[in-house]
Ligand binder design. Structure first.
Ligand code: UD1
Ligand code: MG
Length: 453
């Protein structure tokens, strides 16, 4: 990355009224992460060290959302919305502190392409003064048109100000701009609001710069990377694009998917190579799957880690703190929360394991439940290595079962079971020879008696 210092001014003052939400627009998530945090992540990965956030409302929440992704964040409030140049100037103090590069980004554009941002910065270091991200939208209406000649950018004309010839230009302003830090403030300060919208247009700095003999160019990017979100319909479009990109990069990195369009990832999902994901799998935040894992159809996984060679599902739910070690198994209708499932241990059917530590090679029978909650507090269940828990066992925590111990099916275990012991926690079975014959005869007689009446 470039050695040049860089400030990203991120415009996030949009009211977002069309979202019909009490939450600021830029905090709506794509891939489980607020849109504005995607923008900051992209800036950071293009080598941007400082972020100036221009916000309208919800300043604290917006700051909290981006804080983990940038070294230095300053917050600037734009109280009146007088245009994009006016918004950038809300961060005047940050810009004035002196950076080699200033990049302007929009907080509602979550799929911004970090590589293109890096390219734009490279053009600044090669001598350009202003670099604009251009794209070819399906319909240019509403966008600023890039007036270029011979790879030189002379002006950006906003849609409302464009003449019929300029309206025919298909190459448009994506919104992102990289500006040489030494010219940024004086260019912004020269912008007026004498235009069709009566706004201070950031885009005017191109023609102002041209008149001053400065050099402006464009970098072309994909339409997807400049998709701005104004409604929940566009939010879903951005989500679909995010998922499509993530699936593709997962597959190219060695993850197999039978029906990729049915698998959903979060921004931080990690999946190792040679892992297979069957259809209809959902990953919430904080999931780490190692290589060589098979996740069968219809699983919901969040906050969990799964080690190499494990097999999950079909129809399994792994909740936060589920830690499945190598070659372990969690089968159908199994829910696991805050529990270690030791190496090679099996929890194959219809089970709830919560607040537990299951030793290596243990076998947890169908229908086993850890009774971890007494209505007030959570309690631990410990199962030793190689233990065998019979089907339909209730483990009333806090309780432990020792290594290689056996628990009989149908038990309710309330006392600790030592290593190598066998525990029966169920009523003894009673029997009467021929008792069934007697019962059949009696019940048939009652039925016959009713019919004859
Ligand atoms: C802007 C560009 C246009 C480009 C388009 C790409 C200008 C003048 N025009 O137009 O060339 O094709 O984006 O999507 O820059 N904002 C503030 N405060 C303000 C005004 C805007 O924070 O006072 C923020 C908005 O919340 C938004 C961004 O700046 O995130 C862009 O503003 P918007 O009004 O959407 O500009 P466009 O008309 O779309
Ligand atoms: Mg817009």
């Amino acid at each position: 990355m470039s050695e040049r210092s860089c400030l990203a001014v991120i415009l996030a003052a949009g009211e977002g009224t069309r979202m019909k939400s009490s939450v600021p627009k830029v905090l709506h998530p794509v891939g489980g992460l607020p849109m504005v945090a995607h923008v900051v992540r992209a800036a950071s990965s293009a080598g941007v060290g400082s972020v100036a956030l221009v916000v309208g409302r919800g300043a604290q929440d917006v700051e909290a959302a981006v804080r983990p992704f940038a070294q230095h964040v300053s917050i600037h409030v734009q109280t009146e919305r007088l245009g994009t140049a006016h918004a950038v100037l809300a961060a005047r103090s940050a810009i004035a502190s002196g950076f080699d590069d200033v990049v302007v980004m929009f907080g509602d554009t979550p799929l911004v392409d970090a590589a293109a941002l890096g390219k734009a910065r490279a053009k600044l270091s090669a001598g350009a003064d202003i670099v604009v991200m251009g794209f070819h939208p399906a319909d240019p209406a509403g966008y600023g048109r890039l007036v270029e000649h011979d790879h030189k950018l002379f002006a950006i004309v906003e849609d409302k100000d464009a003449n019929p010839d300029q309206k025919k230009i298909g190459y448009c302003n994506g919104g992102l701009m990289a500006i040489s830090g030494k010219h940024a403030l004086s260019l912004l300060e020269a912008v007026s609001n004498m235009n069709a919208k009566g706004e201070y247009y950031l885009t005017d700095i191109v023609s102002i710069g041209h008149a001053r003999g400065l050099h402006a160019v464009s970098v072309e990017v994909d339409a997807a990377s400049v998709l701005g979100v104004n409604t929940r319909v566009e939010l879903a479009e951005a989500e679909a694009l995010f998922q499509a990109q993530t699936r593709k990069s997962m597959m190219l990195a060695g993850v197999s998917m039978i029906a990729p369009e049915t698998v959903f990832f979060t921004w931080d999902t990690e999946v190792g190579t040679e892992t297979t994901l069957e259809p209809n799998v959902f990953f919430g935040p904080g999931v780490k799957i190692e290589g060589g894992v098979t996740i069968k159809a219809f699983c919901h996984i969040e906050g969990a880690s799964v080690a190499a060679g494990a097999e999950i599902g079909p129809y399994a739910r792994l909740r936060p703190g589920a830690d499945l070690r190598a070659k372990s198994k969690a089968g159908n209708f199994v829910e696991i929360k805050k529990a270690v499932i030791g190496e090679g241990a099996k929890v194959n059917h219809l089970t709830y394991i919560g607040d537990a530590d299951i030793g290596a090679g243990a076998n947890i029978g169908a229908g086993t439940i850890t009774c971890n909650y007494d209505g007030y507090n959570k309690h631990m269940t410990q199962i030793g290595a190689g233990a065998f828990i019979g089907s339909n066992t209730a483990l009333v925590a806090p309780v432990s079962v020792g290594a290689n111990a056996i628990v009989a099916a149908g038990s309710v275990i309330t006392r600790n079971v030592p290593d190598d012991a066998i525990a029966y926690g169920r009523a003894r079975q009673e029997m009467r020879e021929g008792g069934a014959l007697h019962l059949h005869a009696r019940n048939k007689a009652i039925k016959d008696n009713k019919k004859s009446k």
